[in-house]
Design a protein around this ligand. Structure first.
Ligand SMILES: [Cu+2]
Length: 91
């Protein structure tokens, strides 16, 4: 069973060519902290577009998005070139 199978608004995503976990769940109405850490120079994940915001992911440097999800549903995110994808579900 995955560490991230429960709904938690603190999420750590490893970026090692794709996103691990690529899909996760968070709760509506509570502040969320989603951290991406890129651990490889392979692939095209040097940038991420998350919640419409493009940010660089420097190697081995955690980058955290803090936000409070309000609407339930699925939201996709991607690398800077929209080639590698993940999504989160707001419950
Ligand atoms: Cu890409």
């Amino acid at each position: 069973m995955s560490l991230f199978s429960k709904t938690s608004n603190t999420v750590e995503v490893t970026v090692d060519g794709d996103y691990s976990p690529a899909n996760f769940k968070i709760k509506a109405g509570e502040e969320a902290h989603v951290t991406f850490t890129r651990t490889t120079t392979n692939g095209c994940t040097e940038e991420i577009i998350f919640n419409g915001e493009k940010r660089a992911l420097p190697l081995n440097t955690p980058v955290t998005f803090d936000f409070t999800p309000t609407e339930k549903g699925e939201i996709t995110y991607s690398c800077g070139m929209d080639m590698i994808h993940g999504k989160y579900t707001v419950k």
